[in-house]
Structures are given as structure tokens and as C-alpha cells.
Design a protein around this ligand. Structure first.
Ligand code: N1C
Length: 249
């Protein structure tokens, strides 16, 4: 009898790893009022649980997007590439822009690693494939899918912070370059405004060749602007709540 009880308990109980991941998921999710986190968790899990972690296509997350759809915030949407820290340092302090990490799905999964395994109902957080180990890995497909959904609802004037301290600020293989720029819809998006974040070294400026490639990728009808802005100026505006959003750069 004891053996049977042990077997039953093992069958329905999940590992500590799964429970820890699930509790982070729920505590972050519950900060967003008016959403059914249990329903979102189930839609999330069906994408990768019991799957080969290198064989999760981005479409596997379609039901998740349906369960927690993005709402457009016209003229305030912020994209970024290779500038994660500067962007979020700014958006945390000021209410000027909305990034994917400010939305439910982006904030719940930001910084996490997860994957499943064939024949298991667990969520693993270690020994998952890395970003470049295989194309269709659990985490990469998630960011690809949510980024596509976020770009799809973009409207009005959108902003993108790119890194002016590296030789190639626009990379066609980044999520911004391969998914978001291509996903901006000219019927909704008026302009793309690049903020090229610079430091003292001035490695790149708005005449950079990679930014020409960016313009070529934009759908016909979307206007393009680029402005070089020192990182210190962005930080200053972040710490100066009196300064209107429109005069930060
Ligand atoms: O590949 P990237 O940048 O160009 O992707 C950034 C782009 C942003 O505009 C976001 O909307 O794509 C979206 N996005 C995230 O929101 C995000 N949060 C955390 C893409 N990736 C995101 N991450 C992690 O950052 C992700 O796990 C991956 O490792 C990096 C990609 O960053 P990048 O190369 O600087």
C-alpha cells in the first residue's frame, strides 16, 4: 500500500524545478490585474512541455498570444537591439515608452530559461539548449513569437534604441532586424525613429551602412528618422521626471 501511495504521489507531483519556475511565472503574472494567470500558464506550457527543446517552432506559442493578447499603445512603443540595459533603465523611471518587457508576457518571461523534454510533464530550467545551439529552441522561439506579435500591433510613431558603440548597430539576424522591422505594418505605423545611443568613442553614427539596410527592410510608406543621442542624455532624462518625454532627445 505504501508503495502505491508513493507511486501515486510521484505521478502527480512535479519536481522542485517545475514548481519554482511556476511560482515565478505566477507571481510576475499576478501583478497584471484582470488576467487569468492559470489559463495563461496552461497556454504557455502546451508550447514546450513534453517536446524536444530544439524542436519548438514559434507557432507553438500562438495559443499563448491568444490567451494574453497585446494591446497597442500608439506613439509610445519602444523597440531595441543590443541596448537592453539603457532602455530599461530609462523606461523603469519614466512613463514615456512601452517596451515588450512592460507587457504581461514580456515581463513574466524576461530573464528566464525554460524547456521541456519528450516523455516528461516537467519544466526544466537548467540544461536547456542555448540561444544558438539550435534554431527552434524553446526560449528563442518564444521571443521570436512575442516580438512578432508586439511589432504587429505597433502604431503611430515608433521608436527603436540601437547601440552606437558597436560597429554594426543594425543586425539583420537580431530579433529586431529579422522579425520586428519586417513586421511593422505601414497601414498602422507612420514612422520609425531610431535613437542611436552613443558614448564618447563615437564608433558609429546615423550614416552607418547597416542603417541603410534597416531602411530597405521597412515597408513602403513608413518614414524613417535617426538621431544620435549620448547615453548620458538618456540617463539624465530618466532621472528628470519634470522633463517632458518629447524633449528627452
Ligand atoms: O535580438 P534583439 O536584441 O534585436 O531583440 C530585441 C528586440 C526588442 O525590440 C524586443 O521587443 O526583440 C524583443 N526582445 C525582447 O523583448 C527581449 N527581452 C529579453 C528580444 N529579446 C529579448 N530578451 C532577451 O534578449 C532574449 O532572451 C535574447 O537573449 C536577447 C536579445 O537581445 P538583443 O540581441 O540585444
Amino acid at each position: 500500500l505504501l508503495l502505491i501511495i508513493v507511486a501515486v504521489v510521484l505521478g502527480v507531483t512535479l519536481s522542485k524545478e517545475t514548481n519554482q519556475f511556476q511560482s515565478v511565472f505566477f507571481s510576475r503574472c499576478e501583478k497584471f490585474k484582470g488576467h487569468d494567470c492559470q489559463k495563461i500558464w496552461e497556454a504557455f506550457q502546451q508550447a514546450y512541455v513534453n517536446q524536444d527543446p530544439c524542436d519548438v517552432p514559434m507557432e507553438a506559442y500562438d495559443p499563448l498570444i491568444t490567451a494574453a493578447p497585446f494591446k497597442p499603445t500608439c506613439n509610445r512603443m519602444m523597440f531595441w537591439s543590443k541596448t537592453k540595459d539603457v532602455v530599461h533603465e530609462f523606461t523603469e523611471k519614466r512613463d514615456c515608452f512601452v517596451t515588450l518587457e512592460d507587457t504581461l508576457l514580456g515581463s513574466v518571461l524576461d530573464g528566464l530559461t525554460w524547456c521541456g523534454k519528450e516523455g516528461s510533464s516537467e519544466t526544466f530550467t537548467s540544461d536547456c539548449p542555448g540561444w544558438t545551439d539550435c534554431e527552434n529552441n524553446t526560449v528563442r522561439s518564444f521571443w521570436n513569437r512575442v516580438s512578432a506579435a508586439y511589432a504587429d500591433i505597433a502604431c503611430g510613431d515608433v521608436t527603436a534604441m540601437l547601440n552606437g558603440s558597436i560597429a554594426v548597430p543594425f543586425s539583420p539576424t537580431s530579433i529586431f532586424g529579422s522579425i520586428e522591422v519586417k513586421g511593422l505594418n505601414a497601414t498602422r505605423v507612420k514612422s520609425l525613429n531610431v535613437v542611436l545611443v552613443t558614448d564618447e568613442k563615437n564608433v558609429t553614427n546615423c550614416t552607418n551602412a547597416s542603417l541603410k539596410d534597416l531602411q530597405k527592410e521597412l515597408a513602403e510608406g513608413i518614414k524613417y528618422n535617426c538621431k544620435e543621442v549620448p547615453e548620458t542624455q538618456i540617463q539624465e532624462c530618466g532621472s528628470n521626471p519634470q522633463k517632458p518625454c518629447g524633449s528627452c532627445w
